[in-house]
Design a protein around this ligand. Structure first.
Ligand code: SF4
Length: 121
């Protein structure tokens, strides 16, 4: 029983560290955005109507979890005008995406009017 308790504490400890890791937070964000863009189109559409501001072209969203291989040294997207994926075009979808940028030390140029991602519409 003591061994089980020790092991479960260790596991929870590792799980906590993983959950706090910026890499895993950003990776989870990529998966979340992919899911939303593919399967929650109504939600994404509603969020875009709430979105204000403009892109500052800081390219922070292109380097969450890992730097996009299509980003040049000057932080320009090689596919910007030709076939850029929807997950890139639609960033940020909600405040969670802006939080992901903040975790990496950036500040996205967009903001959302009240009532964003807590709803599931
Ligand atoms: S993080 Fe926001 S402001 Fe910066 S490039 Fe991405 S969308 Fe634009």
């Amino acid at each position: 029983m003591v061994v089980f308790s020790y092991l479960s504490n260790k596991l929870y400890g590792y799980a906590g560290k993983i959950a706090e890791s910026a890499f895993f937070i950003h990776l989870a964000g990529k998966i979340r955005r992919f899911y939303l863009v593919q399967f929650r189109k109504n939600y994404v559409e509603a969020q875009l109507k709430r979105r204000e501001g403009e892109c500052r072209q800081c390219a922070r969203c292109c380097s969450l979890a890992f730097r996009c291989p299509l980003l040049t040294r000057e932080n320009l997207c090689l596919t910007y005008m030709k076939g850029r994926p929807d997950v890139c075009k639609l960033f940020p979808i909600d405040r969670r995406d802006m939080n992901d940028v903040a975790i990496s030390g950036g500040e996205c140029g967009y903001c959302f009017k009240q009532g964003n991602y807590s709803g599931s519409k």
